[in-house]
Ligand binder design. Structure first.
Ligand code: SF4
Length: 55
């Protein structure tokens, strides 16, 4: 389990391979956030494009 939590990137997506595990932080130095919508208007329109499924 990677434990290098980046406290500048909070994240609760435990299913992601980059999640710190014990605490709700990402372990990457940098992530990319994007959208799958043409005109994003709410939080659900945004995505972490650095997500990689664990396992
Ligand atoms: S890559 Fe994105 S989804 Fe994965 S732990 Fe980091 S912030 Fe969360």
């Amino acid at each position: 389990m990677n434990s290098k939590a980046n406290r500048s990137i909070g994240c609760t997506v435990q299913q992601c391979t980059h999640h710190c595990g014990s605490e709700n932080y990402c372990t990457l130095d940098k992530i990319t956030v994007g959208t799958h919508e043409t005109n994003p208007t709410k939080i659900e329109c945004t995505d972490c494009e650095s997500f990689r499924l664990k396992g």
